[in-house]
Every structure is written in C-alpha cells, then in structure tokens.
Unconditional design. Structure first.
Length: 545
C-alpha cells in the first residue's frame, strides 16, 4: 500500500546516488562517539548490567553487582554483552558494548527507509533516514550505552511491518510481531500498547486500513509476538520470583497507571520538548498533514503515521516518570511524514530552510575551529585560559590524527553543500548533513577534553590505589550511577551501606561544604574529586583496628 507522492517514477540508476549520499551521512553520524571514551553517568546503569552478564553469564535476571534491577529489559544489554565478549581482546568492554547502539541505529535507518518505500514510494525512501538522523534530540541518546536505540529500531521495524501488511500479509505480520516484541524486550510496554492502540484506531479513521489481508497480518503478528512477550518473563519468574514481582510492579503495572491529574502536566511537558527535540521532522510532518489535509484521511501513509504518533504520545502522557528520551519512538512516524512535508514545501520556505541549514552548519564548523584553536594552540589566549580553568588537568596538544580528521570532516561539509545542488530535497540534505558534520567535528576535536570532565576514572583509580586490593568497600551517599562507574572502573566491589558496613573501607560522597564524617572509629585515607569538579567530593576512610 503506497501513497506515492506526485512526480515521475525514479529508475534504479537515479536512486543510487541519493542512497549513497544517505549511507555516507549515516556513517558520519553513527560512528563518532561510540568509541574512545569511558562510560559517563547516563551510561552507568547499562554498563553495570552488561558487565554483570559478561561476568556471570546470567542474562535472565538483570542485575548490578548481584542486585536485581526491576526496570531493566534484556535485549539491548544481551546484544551489548555479546559484542563486548566478541571484541574483548580488541577494545574495552564499554567501547565494544556501545557498538550495540550503532548497530540498532543502523537497523532503524534501514527499517524507516523500508517503511517509507512502502508508504510513499521507492523514490523517497532515502529521505526518511535523513529526516530521522537530523532530529536534534536523537543525536546524544543514540550514541550512548542505552536501550533507547534498540527501542527506536523496534518501532521502525514494527512500522515497516504494518506498512507492508496490506500488500504482503505474512511478511508484514512477521515484521510487525518482531518489531513490537523487540520493543517490549528493549523498554517495556510502550511498543505493544502503542501498536495495539494504533491497529484498533486505524480502521475507524481510514477505509484504507479495512481489509482481510490486514486482518490476516494482525493474526500472524499476534502469533509471532507471543514468544517475545512470554519467554523472558517466564524465565525471570522461574529464576527469581522476587525479581519478577519487583519487575512486574515497576514496569508491568506502574508506568502507565499514573493518576489522571498527572496527564495534563506530562502532556504539556512533551509538547514543550518536541518542537526542538523533533526538529526538523515535527514541523515538516505538521506541514505535510496541513498541506494535504483534505486527503490525509484516505492516504494510508498519513493515517498510519498520524495514528501511531498520537497513540504513542497519549501513552507517554500516562507516564508519571517521563523523560525527554522517552519521546524517541515518536521520531519514527514523524520522519516518514517529514518526507511528505519536504515535498509539500513551497519554494520560499524551502529556500529559507536551505539557507538556515547552510548557515547553521557553516557557523558551527567555524565555531568548532575557533574553539579548537583556542584550546590547543592558545589563540586567542584568553579563551584558552577559560577552557583550562574548567579543566586544569587538561594538557593542550595538537595531534596529527585529530587535525587530519577535522580537515576531512570540514571538507565533507563543503561536499554536502555541493552534492545537494539544486535538488528539491536539498534543505533536508543540508540540515542532516550539517548535524552529522557538527557532531563528528565536535567529537574529533573535543572528545578527550569532554571525557576528562565526565569520566570517573581518576577517582576510581585513586580509590583503587588507596584501597590496595581490599575485598570490599562500603559506599555512603553515592548515587547508583557513581557507585556503578567507580566499581566498574576500579574493579572494586562497592556496597551501598551506612557506617556499620562490614567492609574495612568506606567511601563517602558529598559536597565540599557538606559531606558526612564518620565517627572516630574511621581514619581518613584519601580525599579527591574529578578533574575540574568544584562541588562534588569523595573521601575514603579505613576502619581503625
């Protein structure tokens, strides 16, 4: 079922160059940020779960240091653990595990392109991945050690299955069932509920979604989905009834049962976040619906993407603990609609979007070179002093490989502008290419500096040296993320306990002007913090004999 946009059908030869352009921009967008830095605080939960799987071989009960995590799901972390084991001799576990995010985002780009081919025609399939990777809110979460990327890929696969279902019931049903199942094993009930609500509403709003073949596809999807929904929870219950009960309470019933009084607040939160988070897919999607409003109800692509986006947003509004990254699945249907919106743009707004994209990319590239020159070359000197004040431990150093990569990335930006030429899609090509270039350039130039700021390795190594192989270290007032990262980077077994810890060492975290001091039975052994940290302070104590 295809809503091919107006225009001549493209030949295979005409599709090769746009597809290559999308592939190259996707590589530039995907690879930077996956390797070369320690796990940061947003990645703490995932690296703890992955490390547990690698060390114990137990993937059924998600746990950190032997303590079950009630809101964790296995798909992403098992994938990351498999990659980590496979690359154990080549790269650290956290770097190898982070490649799982790159893998799932690559799958998301492929599936959203396939869904667009089914819904809008083959000529426009290459544009949807560009619209998706151009979304500002996707860039950072997609490169972190987090199951968010797996959920985005799952939504894209399920959308492709539902788009394919009216034409190929069996294939569409299998893809839909696997996509929804993968979404469940990535992050819980959002995907099953969103697609269940969508397939219930679609026949009511669009006659295009009332067919016997679609019904057969849904039956097939339900059959395929059952193992995804049943096997892991059954194994979890068999392995640990207590962990299963905590998981069910946390993710099975609690997430989408918030009191109705929270709904307006949560909905307003997402409506306030989405304009920048989903830019430029959201405004292009809105324009597509408005420009074709008289026929949107009868167009399968429009009906499917609108219903899925609204269903997902409605479910997110029921989530009392909503976060920005929970809106990532919304970007999948919006990216497909954005393709139609790109074609519906009139000449004046299209030119404005083009020049805005060019200015954004060019200004950010120039700013990157200016700040790199200040940091590494000392020109201007005042700006370098500002950088060094923030990170006194950083030593400026011009590395040949960094300079070479930065020059290549800058040349790619010039090439993007040239390749876009006079194509109708050039605004989206320039925007997404600019986002990829700016992201890659920033990481090529400033990753070492950022890692020095965000990594807990200096603290972990100092604690490990002071602990001298102690069998365990008590941890007081440490957030879970800090405890996990210090334990992972130091190799020490940290246990969250109070002063009565069974360990002979106690690590305390607090503010420099307000940190807990144990009683006289503990002797200070070490004190320190991360480089450039002005408030956070750690102290290590030893129990006196």
């Amino acid at each position: 079922m295809s809503d091919a946009l107006d225009g001549p059908t493209a030949t295979r030869h005409e599709l090769v160059r746009p597809a290559l352009f999308t592939g190259l921009i996707a590589l530039l967008w995907l690879l930077p940020g996956l390797l070369g830095h320690d796990p940061w605080r947003p990645e703490a939960l995932s690296i703890g779960l992955v490390s547990h799987i690698v060390q114990s071989g137990d993937w059924v009960v998600p746990a950190i240091a032997g303590v079950p995590e009630s809101d964790a799901f296995p798909l992403y972390h098992v994938t990351a653990a498999i990659i980590g084991r496979a690359l154990d001799a080549i790269t650290p576990l956290h770097d190898a595990a982070r490649l799982a995010s790159g893998l799932y985002m690559a799958l998301a780009f492929v599936f959203v392109a396939l869904a667009t081919r089914e819904l809008l025609g083959e000529r426009d399939a290459w544009l949807a991945p560009l619209a998706l990777m151009g979304c500002i809110g996707l860039v950072a979460p997609a490169h972190g050690l987090s199951p968010d990327s797996a959920q985005v890929a799952a939504f894209a696969l399920a959308l492709y299955g539902l788009a394919l279902a009216p034409r190929r019931a069996l294939g569409g049903g299998i893809a839909l069932g696997c996509g929804v199942g993968a979404g469940f094993l990535s992050n819980g009930l959002l995907a099953p509920l969103a697609f269940a609500l969508s397939v219930a509403v679609l026949p009511l709003v669009s006659p295009s979604w009332r067919s016997r073949r679609l019904f057969v596809a849904l039956v097939c999807a339900a059959i395929v989905l059952v193992p995804w929904l049943a096997v892991w929870p059954a194994l979890l219950h068999a392995a640990s009834p207590e962990a299963f009960a905590a998981w069910w309470e946390q993710t099975g019933t609690a997430r989408f049962t918030a009191p109705l009084r929270h709904v307006p607040v949560t909905l307003a939160y997402f409506l306030g976040v989405l304009p920048w988070f989903a830019f430029p897919a959201l405004p292009l999607a809105i324009w597509a619906v408005w420009a074709r409003r008289r026929e949107a109800q009868t167009r399968p692509a429009f009906a499917l993407c609108i219903v899925l986006a609204v269903s997902t947003l409605a479910l997110l509004a029921l989530d009392a603990g909503a976060r920005q990254r929970d809106a990532l699945p919304l970007l999948v249907p919006l990216a497909v609609l954005a393709v139609a919106g790109m074609h519906a743009l009139r000449r004046s707004p299209a030119n404005a979007f083009w020049w805005f994209s060019i200015l954004f990319g060019s200004i950010m590239v120039l700013m990157g070179w200016f700040e790199w020159s200040a940091l590494e070359l000392g020109f201007p000197a005042a700006r370098q002093r500002h950088w060094i004040r923030q990170q006194p431990a950083y030593v400026p150093d011009v590395e040949a490989i960094t300079l070479f990569l930065a020059l290549v990335i800058t040349a790619i930006w010039v090439g993007v502008i040239k390749l876009a030429g006079n194509r109708r899609e050039r605004p989206l090509m320039a925007w997404s290419g600019g986002v990829a270039v700016v992201w890659a350039l920033a990481l090529a130039m400033f990753l070492d500096y950022a890692d020095l700021e965000k990594s807990y390795r200096p603290v972990a190594e100092a604690v490990a040296t002071a602990a001298r192989g102690a069998p365990c270290v008590g941890a007081r007032d440490l957030a879970q993320s800090q405890q996990v990262l210090i334990s992972y980077l130091s190799g020490l077994a940290l246990r969250a306990e109070r002063d009565g810890t069974g360990c002979d060492l106690l690590l305390v975290q607090g503010q420099r002007n307000a940190i807990h001091t144990p009683d006289a039975g503990w002797q200070p052994l070490w004190e320190g913090s991360r480089s450039g940290e002005r408030r956070e302070l750690f102290r290590l104590y030893r129990r006196q004999p």
